[in-house]
Design a protein around this ligand. Structure first.
Ligand code: GDP
Length: 297
């Protein structure tokens, strides 16, 4: 289950806090040291943890908490609020072009992160909102990826555009936009090719697509189970091609939560959705407050 191990550790810290009637400054410090350990073990970025603990500490050793009726609860409330702030406070929607204009979304990410699956999941969300998405197979390196997109698109009941594996992704994207215009698709989602690691060829290909067509939203898909690697990948993609938002996949199997907790703080890019399973319906909008509640258990 998502966040299991982090939740268990935080609950232990909070149980101790609650059992105390009055809190001394030392009690708070000890508790925060334990929260810090729990976050580091959850693979949250070190700098993020440091500033998080500093914020909580400043608020918690203030008069309110020490003199409050229920100091333990107060500390827990502050930790909760700071966790929400860490994940960006507000829910961020994917920005669609106004009116009848077509929105072009480019999906990026490393191989295996869950990009193709997430592309189809996202199409289902747009369809539910009354949009007519077109999925575009720009991953020309893995014929299986093209087939996977076709199968998933069919399951979702949305249009899929493919040109096989003999064309450049930028040219496929261009042709797809012409197809979308004729076919009345108001959202075009480009499923691009990943690599096992960040490499210049992949970045160049994404840049070429951006030069060939107007991309309105670039969305990065990262695997939550890879923890800080996912955060580093997000930073690298943002620096190299610029991303508008992140979708964190496989949160269902991520017991630690380090990626979900660090991405916004490290990259400045919001998490838009969370993948919660392999089924095409397993995609949840990302609500920082609900995530924080889930983490605290
Ligand atoms: P791509 O190479 O980035 O296009 O990755 P795929 O879309 O092919 O996904 C790789 C694997 O991850 C597949 O087995 C997916 O079913 C699985 N997957 C994708 N998203 C999730 C998720 O949110 N949770 C779980 N448990 N598995 C996922």
């Amino acid at each position: 289950m998502a966040f299991d191990s982090l939740t268990e550790k935080l609950q232990n810290v909070f149980r101790n806090l609650r059992s105390k009637g009055r809190l001394t400054e030392d009690d708070v410090k000890t508790a925060l040291r334990e929260v810090k350990m729990a976050l580091l073990e959850a693979d949250v970025n070190f700098k993020v943890v440091k500033s998080f603990i500093k914020n909580v500490q400043e608020r918690a050793v203030g008069q309110d908490v020490m003199n409050g009726l229920n100091p333990g609860q107060m500390v827990i409330k502050i930790v909760n609020e700071e966790l929400v702030a860490l994940m960006g406070s507000e829910t961020t929607e994917i920005r669609l072009e106004p009116g009848k204009a077509t929105t072009v979304i480019m999906m990026a990410g490393l191989q295996g992160a869950g990009k193709t699956t997430t592309t189809a999941k996202l199409a289902g969300k747009f369809k539910l909102k009354g949009k007519k998405p077109l999925l575009v197979a720009c991953d020309v390196y893995r014929p299986a990826a093209i087939q996977q997109l076709q199968i998933n698109g069919e399951k979702q009941g949305v249009d899929v555009f493919t040109m096989g594996d003999k064309h450049k992704p930028a040219n496929i994207a261009k042709a797809a936009l012409e197809h979308a215009a004729k076919n009345g698709n108001n959202i075009v989602i480009l499923d691009t090719a990943g690599r096992l690691h960040i490499d210049e060829g992949m970045m160049e290909e994404l840049r070429e697509i951006k030069e060939a067509v107007t991309v309105h939203q670039t969305i990065l898909v990262v695997d939550a189970m890879t923890g800080q690697d996912a955060v580093n990948v997000a930073k690298e993609f943002n620096d190299k091609i610029g991303i508008d938002g992140v979708i964190v996949t496989k949160l269902d199997g991520d017991t630690r939560g380090g990626a979900a907790l660090s991405i916004k703080a490290v990259t400045g890019c919001p998490i838009l959705y969370a993948g919660m399973g392999e089924k095409l319906s397993d995609l949840e909008q990302f609500y920082p407050d609900r995530m924080a509640s889930r983490i605290l258990g």
